[in-house]
Design a protein around this ligand. Structure first.
Ligand code: FES
Length: 141
């Protein structure tokens, strides 16, 4: 078409690449990065027999995204293992350290505190109690 140059092949390819990268970014980094709360357990989760969890131990439930720890004084603490950086489920527990597979954030499973960026917000603490000899965590526990 005379008078108006058609977009070059390079321009078209660049636009396609930017669209593709933006789409991937949204898929890989949501929810959480935009300020929305990441998904976390909404129903009580049975984390096993109370009598089988010794003081000073930590247990990760990968299916329900919950970690529970028993302190030396016998008290229990539980946290959602949905990463507060961008919402990836954390499936790796090294001793008491949780390691996110997506961007490498690390958290203390006993306190929920961030040990290594890019996450800056601690894990979400969940209510936990012993019911009929079972450790139960999560909303409604
Ligand atoms: Fe980015 Fe966990 S989602 S470090």
């Amino acid at each position: 078409m005379p008078g108006r140059p058609a977009p070059s092949r390079r321009t078209v390819l660049r636009s396609a690449a930017l669209t593709s990268v933006a789409g991937l970014g949204a898929a890989a980094c949501s929810p959480g990065e935009d300020g929305a709360a990441p998904a976390r357990p909404t129903a009580p989760v049975d984390l096993g027999a109370d009598g089988e969890m010794a003081k000073g131990t930590t247990r990760l439930d990968r299916d329900h995204h919950v970690v529970v720890s028993r302190a030396d004084d016998g008290s229990l603490k539980a946290f959602s293992t949905v990463c507060t950086h961008a919402g990836c489920p954390i499936r790796k527990l090294e001793g008491t350290k949780l390691v996110c597979p997506c961007h490498g954030s690390e958290f203390d499973a006993r306190t929920g505190e961030v040990l290594h960026a890019p996450a800056t917000v601690p894990l979400v603490e969940l209510p936990v109690q012993v019911k009929q000899g079972r450790i139960v965590a999560g909303t409604g526990a």
